[in-house]
Write a protein that binds this ligand. Structure first.
Ligand code: SDX
Length: 406
């Protein structure tokens, strides 16, 4: 519905260019003439903040958390160390990690009204909506707000395993699980969720799933959190805003949508039909778990997730959905459309298969993504407190009617 008439008029302006520590050169638009707006629909080419937390090279398929490749971090560090790295910029020593996790575990609780509120919600509500309700309730409670931003970020990260498990269990008609003294973030999340101690394999795989999903620079939900946080709203309210953005099937809801797609395809002989649907300009169907705004090469997380699927399925290569996913991936990667559009599996493509094998039901996948991404979101919120980020208020390209009289 773009009424604007594009003209062939050319415009040139001299602006300073900075070379970023890594990646693209930055054109500094602060000196842009007031009577011109730079339009970049979808902000594909726009840097709207400075951040030291995460770096993505979409052409190379590189993802760094505070400079470290995520694949290496996954193999060598637990998610508790990754939380500390994202929040404070360095990997913790054993001593520092002990002090940090003592504080984290001590904050793994929520006020009684969260349990009471949960009881008032129908069991057929979506877990993401239930989670959003609980976080919104906490945003209204001044007694939960801490003056120290570090403590506030840690408290929210600490509360999320319980909030996510409560949301998932309530959506299945199950009561919350209580743990007298939490002792390990990921293991306790799985106990809150499944009311039993996880196997060593489940604990290890889940720890890596959370690391892989923890942080991804200015994705839609992190960008939303920054816009919301820039108004000075409290951290729970900014978290609620991020949750609403993550829920969408084009973003964090893709793992749930991908499993639904694989189950709809059902058997390998129907793959060609769905590949054609995905390529059709008249069919809104897209291959869920494929494509990415930034990665024009493989998403490094997808490869790790695929190997986790093998581990959890105990190398059961014949598990129907895993076999179908691998065949679909192979066919898509050989197809000229996917090759020319640079479409590869993203983090969501195999994550549903892994989570289902760990007993997480499909409707809850996005809440697991939210659990993991809370450490990334709170790292950005903390960075904003330190940088005193001004309110984020872009302009627009007006395409409405000219001024007219009533
Ligand atoms: C996540 O941003 C992040 O970092 C997100 C994330 C994170 O960690 O936070 O990485 C997590 O959200 C991963 C993405 C999960 N979403 C999906 O898997 C949903 C399916 N993917 C698409 O909806 C799409 O690829 C997006 C939304 C992910 C990216 O879309 P873009 O970059 O805006 O690309 P586009 O929509 O402009 O499409 C460009 C072309 C189009 O074709 P043309 O009209 O140019 O011919 O590529 C086509 C699209 O039709 N295309 C696809 C496709 N994705 C893009 N065609 C078929 N299947 C797809 N999946």
């Amino acid at each position: 519905m773009n009424h604007a008439k594009t003209t062939s008029q050319r415009f040139s302006v001299e602006l300073p260019v900075y070379q970023a520590n890594l990646g693209c050169a930055i054109l500094d638009g602060s000196g842009f003439p007031d009577n011109y707006y730079f339009q970049d629909l979808g902000l594909k080419h726009t840097s709207f903040c400075q951040s030291a937390i995460c770096y993505i090279d979409g052409a190379q398929g590189t993802l760094l958390y505070r400079g470290y490749p995520v694949e290496s971090l996954c193999r060598q560090y637990t998610y508790e160390s990754i939380i500390y790295l994202l929040l404070f910029g360095e990997l913790p020593s054993k001593r520092v990690l002990t002090t940090f996790t003592r504080k984290l575990h001590a904050d793994m609780s929520v006020p009684d009204y969260c349990y009471q509120l949960l009881e008032t919600l129908p069991h057929d509500h979506h877990p993401m909506g239930i989670l959003l309700t609980l976080v919104s309730a906490l945003s209204a409670d001044d007694t939960q707000l801490l003056d120290d931003p570090d403590d506030m970020a840690i408290r929210i990260i600490a509360q999320m395993p319980l909030l996510v498990a409560m949301s998932q269990r309530h959506a299945k008609g199950l009561p919350p699980v209580r743990i007298a003294k939490p002792t390990e973030y990921v293991e306790d999340f799985l106990i809150y969720l499944q009311d039993q101690r996880p196997s060593t394999l489940a604990h290890q795989v889940f720890d890596r799933i959370l690391t892989l999903h923890a942080e991804h620079e200015q994705n839609a939900s992190t960008c939303t959190l920054r816009v919301s946080g820039s108004t000075g709203t409290n951290a729970y309210a900014a978290l609620a805003a991020a949750l609403t953005a993550l829920w969408g099937p084009a973003h964090g809801g893709a793992n749930e949508a991908c499993m639904a797609m694989l189950e709809a395809i059902g058997t390998c002989d129907r793959i060609p039909e769905y590949i054609e649907k995905a390529k059709s300009k008249t069919d809104p169907f897209r291959l869920m778990g494929f494509g990415h705004r930034v990665y024009r090469n493989r998403d490094p997380r997808a490869d790790v997730m695929k190997s986790l699927a093998r581990d959890v399925l105990d190398h059961k290569q014949d598990e129907p959905l895993f076999r179908l996913a691998r065949s679909l991936e192979k066919r898509a990667l050989e197809d000229p459309y996917f090759i020319s559009h640079q479409l590869y599996p993203n983090v969501d493509y195999y994550s549903g298969i892994v989570q289902r094998a760990l007993g997480i039901d499909c409707q809850s996948f996005t809440t697991v993504f939210a659990l993991a991404r809370t450490s990334g979101w709170m790292s950005h919120w903390l960075e904003m407190q330190r940088d005193r980020t001004p309110i984020i208020r872009p302009r627009q390209h007006y395409i409405g009617p000219r001024q007219r009289d009533l």
